[in-house]
Write a protein that binds this ligand. Structure first.
Ligand code: AVJ
Length: 320
């Protein structure tokens, strides 16, 4: 084995967190759940399918930027060590690692399988890279992860547009803690999706093949399997809405009839009226000005801005 693996999450980590989120979100008005629970085995596979849909441009657009500009980005950061928050398959990461091949790489993710699979692949391609895999939650363990030793100045990358899943207040807390964890000479690379025509945005979250609908509805199966709930997914439909005032896409599940759900493991009963909607995800979209304002408020200065040729997605570099 040519990587180091550290587990910062207790074995039962997600159990209490999921219970807490269900007890909070499904008793709220309107009902909501945080998007992190989408990603069981089926959900992760459906997300991979989403990234290949013609309507879902963010993954392709971000890859196009990395293919064109990764070398310039890494060189201008001066980094010898890449830290990736939410690394997943580390597939796009390779484009950055090509420039850091004999330095260090720290990958942080909640999935041990994803980390080890990516670690094996990377170790084969980059024999001189020091690989440090950390199973952790980027909202909980950031400070701890950023205290780990590094091979030279670090580039901390948060790719994929996942920043958009955080609400503005959570975003500010997150960006602040990234900023506070960096040393002089380090930098932060952010992948953020950009505001564009509502048609294009809604289609990206409500595709014609119904894959995003299946991804959204799979959340009900996650609740059935993990909390002994008895959702009938056919009683709900997928809905994606663009909120222009808040500049975010909302994914919702709408009850098609009155529904009563029993959560055996929680001693909880939840009622949906016909037509009632539950919010399952926000995916915020940005402008360059908005990012400069928010990153500036967190203590960052601008270090570079790149988009794909169609101007759909952005990568931006920030210095503490
Ligand atoms: C993985 C959070 C970036 O918000 O676009 C894709 C998740 N949800 N289709 C996004 C997602 C519906 C995705 N992120």
């Amino acid at each position: 084995m040519s990587y180091r693996f550290t587990d910062l999450l207790p074995a039962d980590h997600s159990g209490p967190a999921l219970r807490h989120d269900v007890l909070t979100g499904l008793t709220a008005e309107p009902k909501w759940l945080p998007p992190k629970w989408f990603y069981d085995k089926t959900g992760s596979a459906l997300f991979e399918d989403i990234t290949r849909l013609p309507e879902y441009y963010p993954t392709r657009s971000e890859r196009a930027i990395l293919e064109a500009d990764a070398a310039v980005i890494v060189r201008s950061s001066g980094a010898g060590h890449l830290v990736e928050l939410g690394s997943g398959s580390s597939e796009k990461t390779r484009l950055l690692l090509d420039e850091i091949a004999s330095g260090g790489y720290t990958a942080l993710d909640v999935s041990e399988d994803a980390l080890r699979q990516a670690g094996d692949g990377l170790a084969a391609t980059y024999p001189d890279l020091r690989i440090d895999l950390v199973r952790a939650d980027f909202e909980e363990h950031l400070t701890e992860v950023l205290r780990r030793p590094a091979d030279g100045p670090r580039l901390v990358a948060f790719l994929g547009g996942t920043i958009g899943n955080l609400k503005p207040e959570q975003r500010q807390v997150f960006l602040r803690s990234v900023r506070d964890g960096l040393n002089p000479g380090d930098s932060f690379l952010l992948g953020a999706d950009l505001v564009k025509s509502p048609d294009v945005l809604v289609r990206a979250y409500d595709d014609s093949a119904g894959v995003t609908a299946a991804f959204n509805l799979n959340l009900l199966q996650v609740l059935n399997h993990r909390l002994g709930a008895d959702f009938d997914p056919s009683a709900f439909e997928h809905h994606a809405v663009w909120d222009g005032d808040r500049a975010w896409i909302e994914m919702r599940l709408r009850a098609l009839r009155d529904v009563i759900v029993r959560f055996a493991d929680l001693d909880l009963t939840v009622r949906f009226a016909a037509g009632e909607e539950m919010r399952t995800e926000i995916s915020a979209k940005f402008t360059r000005e908005r990012l400069e304002k928010e990153l500036g408020a967190a203590g960052f200065g601008a270090g570079g801005w790149w988009t794909d040729p169609d101007g759909r997605f952005s990568l931006s570099l920030w210095r503490p």
